[in-house]
Ligand binder design. Structure first.
Ligand code: ADP
Ligand code: MG
Length: 861
């Protein structure tokens, strides 16, 4: 790297001022106004404003002002929630932003793509997504996928720009921008933002950044990704719509009744009062909390996962995670550490020298590939053994000192082999290594030799080792060098067995997955024997039944659908097969999660319901295709993400249940009171009171219910069916009955007090207090489906968020009743007897459900 100096920091500053950051900007201000508009246009706020206007018309200006103040407050909460959600998402985006190595002032540093300026030298490697346009200074077998710009799906081989004087790159840059060449639009010696490296490495000098890049020019259209509705969102919207329609119908009904009831008043007053009654009811019916529940629960879920180093890139995935039924894992790097070591070796009629050279010449210098690193290390140790050389002498460079690399055959998934061609005075050396199937088929061996090699190979495979075969060929200079590795005739040099330690935690992860009803599938490019051995070791079921990619290719779609029900181990597969396997599983109704690290895993990850990428060792393209990124490469996080996914789903269901339950008494009270001929001044709930209740319900949903811990047996149950309705009959009935009972208790205390000739303020205060207290109890009662209220309370009792919401609610209630505020709110301070009665009624209105739990638990025990 020392030949390159890059920009000085001063120069960077100067260029930053001219060109700005390397980003395509979106307008945030507009977004905020849009959000506000979106919130205000919710029907509930329109109704509330309408109610405020009516208050003013009635000449009750204080009430009107209070109303408006509350509405603004409730909108404030919602705006706060939206901002919080937005911030959470922004933070998540920042964490997931990729870094790229750049040379500045002669040093290699990691920068986020945003910080690049024209003139920067960036180092690109396999899997990297290129962050800016530039020309190539140096290329090593560099192949780039430009499909995002050109639609061309095959990779483009790139080479370095000719005639570059390295030391003078900056000057070159200035000249170059003026002299635009008139060749092809996308040049072979340039690379472009948004494209990604398939294989090879290179150094690129940035020419254009941000909106000046080719990608930036078309980014406008790319950025406008349509919003996708998941099943959950669709169900939620449907539910909210149904409630709104019901509210509209009841609005008319109640308005009509009130109008009939008020026959002795003036017409105008009758109209205004009936409208008021109608609005109260409509208000009570519209579940204004629904939109909040989804966005808050999912974004908070994603945020909590991010704290565990699991990054969600697509919000609804949080919820999909809970329904994952199959987990497809690759072997190398996921189940094993991907830290290879040569542990066995077999040489063809021992010629250590040639064997070692085959190793050194077939491996790339400065490689990150664990297979090659292990091989190089082994090659060097062989050299040291034979010559007693001290440590720390790079034998590679000794071996290669007189040779020049003239051709590379990059690793392909089809061949599962790679090679390099070297020129040494007078002759070429072709060195190759790869899967024994490929390499041996290109070597000539006598029957005896062949048998011996195969026997050795089987020994290695039985130990669970990855077997790599090595071969080479020397041809005189000037002879034709084949274009493809598969056309080379080779001399067999030997095989090595590489061990790759299994991750310690893998056995537990697999057991936990099985407990949670999740099937495990192993997909690998490795040999079937090795795959089966490792699978058996970690406890994957049916590990002796292995199917290979070759066999998969011969199956029809229908046969494949049946095969994937049975087989858990897939070996020697191609990326194409991975996609097919995932598709077949999905057709069988499974929800598939898939891990992967290589560039070629990304199509399958995109198809999978949850694509999982590794943050550290995975390629960037994979990270981009993935829904979930494990930032610390810790596989066991997958299990806790599934757990969280299930918890969040449970809580969404609980929150919706809560919203329905608590709306029922409010709606019934607003409906029944006018029907019973109660005058509009003595009604239990006026619009103001409904706003007060909204003030309690909103934070209860978005803070308290979001924090409820998972049910005890969450990870011992099979995943839910993906098509399962958000609201089963049983849950609906439970919500309705709970709501009815709360209605009976709160309304009866109000109604009987009214009949006992208490002033309406006292009756209303009692009824309202029962509603508020039962609201608190309901959250605790329903926080667990089966555990009794004491156990349920214990579980949520260490959560400060839940405490805060409940205490603020209580304090608010006391303030409303016992402070001078009560006059405006139409309340009256209650005496001790009334309070005791209110408490007893509240407890009864919710805790009756304990009996149901008791019965249910007995049954299931
Ligand atoms: P996995 O799906 O387990 O990650 P890979 O696709 O990485 O498997 O490797 C598949 C096969 O390709 C290996 O079993 C080995 O035979 C061969 N192979 C892997 N890496 C190299 C390499 N660097 N050079 C040559 N052959 C390799
Ligand atoms: Mg691999």
């Amino acid at each position: 790297m020392t030949d390159y100096y890059g920009l000085t920091l001063k120069e960077v500053q100067k260029r930053r001022e001219i060109y700005g950051y390397n980003e395509i900007r979106t307008n945030n201000k507009k977004k905020f106004l849009k959000q506000l508009k979106h919130i205000i246009s919710e029907p509930i706020y329109l109704l509330l404003s309408f109610a405020a206007i009516i208050y003013f018309l009635l000449g009750e200006a204080t009430d009107g002002i209070f109303m408006i103040a509350f509405v603004i407050f409730v909108i404030g909460i919602d705006v706060f929630q939206e901002i919080r959600t937005g911030n959470v998402l922004k933070k998540l985006k920042e964490i997931s932003e990729p870094k790229i190595p750049v040379i500045r002032e002669g040093k290699e540093i990691q920068l986020s793509g945003r910080e690049l300026v024209p003139g920067d030298l960036m180092l690109i490697t396999e899997g990297v997504k290129i962050p800016a346009d530039g020309y190539i200074v140096r290329a090593n077998g560099l192949c780039i996928d430009e499909s995002i710009l050109t639609g061309e799906s095959t990779g483009i081989w790139k080479n370095a720009k000719k005639h570059i004087i390295h030391k003078d790159l900056l000057n070159y840059l200035n000249v170059n921008t003026e002299a635009e060449s008139k060749e092809e639009y996308f040049k072979k010696d340039c690379c472009y933002a948004g494209t990604h490296v398939i294989v090879g490495t290179g150094i690129v000098c940035v020419e254009k950044t941000g909106k000046y890049t080719e990608y930036g020019k078309i980014a406008e259209s790319i950025l406008k990704v349509p919003e996708i509705n998941t099943g959950l969102q669709i169900q939620m919207k449907k539910l909210a719509k149904q409630c709104t329609i019901l509210a509209a119908l009841l609005f008319l009904l109640v308005g009509f009744f009130t109008f009939l009831n008020l026959s002795e008043q003036e017409l105008m007053e009758r109209i205004i009062h009936s409208m008021m009654a109608g609005i109260v009811l409509a208000l009570s019916m519209i579940p204004g909390e629904f939109p909040v529940i989804l966005s808050v629960f999912l974004s908070m879920g994603a945020f909590r996962l991010a704290k565990k180093n699991a990054l969600i890139r697509h919000l609804p995935s949080v919820e999909t995670l809970g329904s994952v039924s199959v987990l497809c894992m690759d072997k190398t790097g996921t189940i094993t550490h991907n830290k290879m070591q040569v542990s066995e070796c077999f040489m063809n009629n021992p010629q250590i020298e040639r064997f070692r050279k085959a190793i050194i010449f077939s491996c790339k210098e400065g490689t990150f590939d664990p297979v090659e690193k292990a091989l190089i290390e082994y090659g060097e140790s062989l050299y040291r053994q034979s010559t007693n050389q001290p440590e720390k002498v790079s034998i590679c460079s000794i071996d290669k000192s007189n040779s020049i690399l003239i051709k590379e055959y990059p690793f392909t998934n089809e061949l599962k082999a790679m090679g390099q061609v070297w020129k040494e005075d007078g002759y070429y050396t072709i060195a190759a290594k790869g899967s024994p199937e490929t390499i041996l088929s290109q070597c000539y061996l006598t029957t005896d030799q062949d048998m011996e090699v195969k026997e050795q190979m089987n020994n290695f495979l039985k130990k669970g080792l990855r077997v790599i075969a090595l071969a080479d060929r020397i041809i005189p200079e000037g002879n034709h060098i084949p274009d493809n590795l598969s056309e080379c005739k080779l001399h067999f040099r030997g095989i090595v067995g590489l061990s790759d330690p299994i991750r310690n935690e893998m056995k537990d992860i697999i057991k936990e997955s099985y407990d949670a009803g999740i099937r495990i599938i192993m997909i690998t490019g490795d040999h079937p024997e090795t795959a089966s051995f490792i699978a058996g070791k970690v406890g994957i079921r049916n590990s002796d039944k292995v199917i290979t990619g070759e066999m998969l290719s011969r199956l029809t779609d229908l046969e494949l659908k049946n095969i994937v029900k049975e087989y858990n181990i897939y070996a020697r597969v191609l990326p194409l097969h991975k996609m097919k396997i995932v598709k077949a599983l999905q057709e069988n109704g499974e929800v598939v999660a898939m891990t992967g690290d290589g560039v070629n895993d990304s199509p399958a990850q995109k198809i999978a319901d949850i694509g999982i990428a590794m943050g550290k060792h995975g390629s960037e393209v994979c990270r981009e295709a993935a829904d979930l990124i494990l930032l610390d490469d810790n596989i066991s996080t997958i299990i806790s993400t599934v757990h969280d996914g299930r918890r969040i789903y449970q809580n969404i269901v609980k929150a919706i249940g809560y919203v329905l339950t608590i709306h029922i008494p409010i709606a019934l009270i607003s409906l029944v009171a006018p029907m019973l001929g109660i005058g509009s001044d003595s009604l239990m709930l006026l619009p103001l009171h409904i706003v007060l209740l909204e003030l309690i319900m909103d934070p209860t949903c978005s803070i308290a219910l979001e924090r409820i811990p998972a049910e005890a047996n969450t990870m011992k149950k099979p995943p839910r069916q993906p098509m399962e309705s958000l609201f089963s009959k049983a849950r609906l009935i439970k919500s309705i009955i709970q709501g009815l009972v709360i209605f009976i208790f709160s309304f009866s205390i109000y109604f009987s007090m009214l009949n006992l000739s208490y002033p309406p303020e006292i009756a209303r205060t009692a009824g309202f207090s029962v509603l508020v207290l039962s609201n608190i109890l309901l959250v605790i009662e329903n926080s667990s489906e089966k555990e009794n209220i004491v156990q349920a309370f214990k579980k949520i009792s260490h959560d400060p968020g839940i405490w805060a919401v409940n205490i603020i609610t209580l304090v608010g209630l006391v303030l409303c009743i016992y402070s001078p505020l009560h006059k405006t709110l139409g309340f009256y301070p209650l005496g001790l007897t009334s309070i005791s009665l209110v408490i007893i009624f509240s407890i009864l209105s919710v805790l009756w459900f304990e009996i149901v739990k008791l019965k249910y638990c007995r049954k299931t025990e």
